[in-house]
Design a protein around this ligand. Structure first.
Ligand code: HEC
Ligand code: HEC
Length: 395
């Protein structure tokens, strides 16, 4: 089949950034009557219509399978206001075809050992690709020990550190982790590849993206990373304020803004376009002073220390992005703050411990600052990253 021709009809038309983001959220965008006809045909799984061809389960030459119609190749999104990045500058090469493939893989639970868990089980679009639970449950309901971080603007960190402890150095490397993690997707790289290889629709999609028949875990991870790279968030009230819109922030949020960047010194760590330095700090979360500090360091989860074995990294975790933070309570690496108010209060009553980051000494916030800071944090809700699961998957 001529791939070039086959891909074209499913391509969405060029649109401006605003409408484009809608394209991403509402699933298939079908324009011509011919396409609608094809969709109906495929839905009924019977092809004696439009083109007068014989009944056929797979794609016929010249037409497209349902899963391609449901998830067409779309133009790459333009970065929203406040996000001064180029997709071309991401560490992973991002192309429209690869993003389409990665979108399927991200939402496809067949990649897990028992076919029940996908990346989106724990990274749900409506919670800024995080989830509303303190700890994640994977295959068989097994519980992990950390909160799932959001996936917005993840391809554009100041430093390439992934996971709360930074143990992965790139998005693609990161994506291989959960597939093989015994608690998360509980598969093996070979198992995931074996599944994808048996699906003709995936073989076709990988060929379209990479130009040959090789299908391995690196390509699976690469395609997922490309999809993740397109989850861009910006154009929040905060971004509009920064761009000069005087009305963008409420008076309370503006007060919070000034505390955040002023005496609160929140921006010692929450800095840059994503309000994170992507470095590691002990801010006192997860410290149990008694009685274990007599024998150990007092952190159930030692954080960055497990990677570096530097005592200075005990209890240190990666500064999380604050973009879209209101969307994914509970907070902190262990999900121990049920809401934003509580998360901010952790800076009013700082849990002192021997490894507390020195920058925490500078943080000066009182209970009166909590409401304005929460209002400011809510102003970081952006748009551009939203999505819904594809309606069908390669067969
Ligand atoms: C069972 C739940 C679960 C599943 C399934 C899962 N994740 Fe995660 N994800 C997590 C948790 C929990 C963390 C934090 C783990 C840590 O830091 O040790 C995480 C971390 C991440 C991060 C790091 C974000 C950052 O800012 O450092 C990315 C990116 C990510 N996951 C992408 C994926 C992808 C891609 C898949 C599918 C291949 C996936 N996840 C599957 C729960 C899950
Ligand atoms: C010394 C660096 C540092 C400073 C200063 C700092 N933070 Fe944080 N922030 C972090 C780290 C690291 C975490 C994650 C902590 C953990 O889970 O162990 C975090 C977590 C958060 C969270 C939870 C986000 C989530 O997704 O779970 C919020 C909200 C937050 N900080 C707001 C603030 C505010 C408001 C201030 C100023 C009053 C501030 N931070 C000052 C480093 C810092």
């Amino acid at each position: 089949m001529d791939r070039g021709q086959a891909a074209l009809p499913a391509r969405a038309p060029e649109l401006d950034g605003a409408r484009l983001s809608h394209l991403f959220y509402d699933g298939a965008v079908i324009h011509s009557r011919a396409h609608r006809c094809l969709i109906t045909l495929a839905t009924l799984a019977f092809a004696a219509g439009c083109q007068g061809t014989a009944v056929r389960p797979g794609p016929a030459p010249g037409d497209l399978p349902q899963w391609e119609l449901d998830n067409p190749v779309r133009p790459l999104p333009r970065p929203p206001l406040g996000l001064d990045v180029e997709l071309a500058s991401a560490k992973v090469r991002v192309t429209p075809e690869k993003v389409r493939l990665g979108r399927w893989l991200f939402f496809d639970s067949r990649l897990s050992r028992d076919g029940t868990v996908s990346c989106a089980t724990c990274h749900q679009p409506e919670f800024a690709f995080s989830e509303p639970t303190p700890r994640s449950k994977g295959v068989g309901g097994q519980e992990g020990t950390r909160k799932a971080p959001p996936i917005v603007n993840v391809a554009f960190p100041l430093y390439q550190h992934y996971f709360w402890d930074g143990r992965a150095g790139s998005l693609a490397e990161q994506a291989k982790g959960p597939i093989a993690n015994p608690i998360e997707m509980a598969n093996t790289p070979e198992g995931a590849v074996r599944t994808a290889v048996t699906i003709a629709g995936y073989r076709r999609a990988f060929r379209e993206v990479y130009g040959d028949d090789r299908l391995d875990i690196d390509r699976i991870a690469d395609a997922i990373a490309a999809y993740e790279a397109t989850r861009l968030s910006g154009d929040s009230a905060y971004d509009r304020h920064a761009a000069g819109d005087e009305e963008a922030l409420s008076p309370e949020a503006r007060e919070g803004h000034d505390i955040f960047f002023g005496r609160g010194r929140c921006n010692a760590c929450h800095l840059g376009p994503n309000l994170t330095d992507s470095r590691f700090h002990n801010v006192g979360i997860g410290f149990e002073p008694k009685p274990r500090d007599l024998v150990g360091h007092g952190f159930d989860d030692p954080g960055r220390y497990a990677v570096t074995h530097e005592p200075a990294d005990i209890g240190a975790f990666k500064t999380p992005t604050l973009r879209d933070v209101s969307k994914h309570a509970p907070y902190m690496h262990d999900g121990s703050s049920p809401d934003l108010r509580d998360a901010v209060l952790r800076y009013v009553r700082i849990e002192a411990n021997p490894w507390l980051d020195p920058a925490m000494q500078e943080v000066r916030v009182s209970p009166f600052d909590v409401a304005p800071l929460v209002a400011f944090l809510r102003s970081l809700d952006g748009t551009g990253y939203e999505d819904v699961p594809p309606r069908s998957f390669p067969q």
